[in-house]
Write a protein that binds this ligand. Structure first.
Ligand SMILES: Nc1ncnc2c1ncn2[C@@H]1O[C@H](COP(=O)(O)OP(=O)(O)OP(=O)(O)O)[C@@H](O)[C@H]1O
Ligand SMILES: [Mg+2]
Ligand SMILES: [Zn+2]
Length: 310
């Protein structure tokens, strides 16, 4: 009797020691894991850019139509497998198949780089289709909104064609910059397209003062996938800002893009006719490029200018 009590006491003590050790070991691995995670920008892929999974030998693989390759129906993270969370060592052989995919952080990093390179400010990042009002607005504003949405939807099919660009023209404050920026934000975030924002007045000023960089900057404007020229020839005191030098620089950019079928997003207070009057060669190229997606907003400024509304 006393022997049994003694041995059961020893057993309990041993059990307590083992439990304690297990707890400590678990705490230690948790600490190591969180210290490791803290060193990575992306804890999911540990900055490797890909995530490797293990697949059980009995798992069926299906053809993914979009990715055009076989994808397993179920999988476990390779890290879990290696740390023994998935199976006991004798079953490890059943999990020798692997499947890897790109981590979401790779796409997110690319988008962040594209946003930075595009010249879009934080304030402009907020200009999206979702916060553009059409209710109670004149038909012309709805038309501009529909045209911008359609352009974005069509983009993949038309971007190499002759008419691959969009021009929103006319009334100040009518939302031309808002809608064009929304297109640009979508092209970057949903399609990872390299875009560049060029605010005409400020941009032209910078080109002129930074003469050493002129060709480099113009070259970036010529070759970027999508260029947004905002407020082209913006009038000052009723007169379009279009000196011979300014026309020449814009001409060299637009001509390159025209010849190479590279899309433009254009906003301007001027109508197509007024653009043609400034320079017919330039105006007619812009007209051809934007033929299928041009809206001229003209009429009652009290109704059309969002800044004058309530
Ligand atoms: N329909 C709308 N719904 C919500 N906000 C709008 C709408 N139209 C314009 N805005 C807002 O009003 C302001 C003026 O619009 P925006 O700058 O796009 O006009 P614009 O046509 O480019 O004018 P400008 O010719 O003076 O450059 C912006 O802050 C924009 O976000
Ligand atoms: Mg504007
Ligand atoms: Zn990652």
């Amino acid at each position: 009797m006393s022997t049994t009590t003694h041995s059961s006491n020893t057993g309990q003590k041993l059990q307590a020691i083992i439990t304690n050790l297990r707890k400590k070991s678990a705490q230690y691995s948790e600490r190591v894991a969180s210290e490791e995670e803290a060193d990575y920008e992306c804890a999911t892929c540990k900055d490797r850019g890909i995530i490797v999974y293990r697949v059980h030998k009995d798992t069926p693989w299906e053809l993914d139509e979009k990715k055009k390759h076989l994808v397993p129906e179920a999988m476990v993270p390779e890290d879990d497998f290696l740390s023994g969370k998935v199976c006991t060592p004798d079953k490890a052989r059943e999990w020798k198949d692997t499947y890897s995919k790109q981590c979401e952080c790779v796409r997110q990093k690319k988008i962040a780089r594209l946003m930075k390179a595009s010249g879009i400010t934080e304030e402009f990042e907020k200009l999206v289709f979702g916060n553009f009002k059409t209710e109670g607005k004149p038909d012309m504003i709805k038309e501009a909104y529909d045209c911008a949405i359609e352009y974005f939807k069509d983009f993949e099919n038309i971007h190499r064609k002759r008419s691959n660009s969009i021009a929103l023209l006319g009334q100040p404050g009518s939302g031309k910059t808002h809608l064009s920026t929304a297109i640009m934000n979508n092209l970057i975030k949903k399609k990872s397209i390299h875009c560049l924002y060029f605010p005409y007045v400020e941009g032209m000023g910078n080109l002129k003062t930074d003469f050493d960089q002129l060709e480099t900057k113009l070259d970036a404007m010529r070759k970027v996938e999508v260029l947004f020229i905002d407020d082209l020839f913006k009038p000052a005191k009723g007169q379009p800002r279009a000196t011979e030098w300014q026309i020449e620089q814009i001409q060299s950019v637009v001509n390159y893009r025209y010849l190479n079928h590279l899309p433009l997003l254009i906003s301007s207070e001027l109508t197509t006719d007024e653009l043609l009057n400034i320079d017919e060669a330039l105006g007619s190229r812009i007209h051809q490029m934007c033929r299928d997606y041009t809206v001229i907003i003209k009429g009652d400024r009290m109704k059309l200018n969002h800044r004058l509304g309530d």
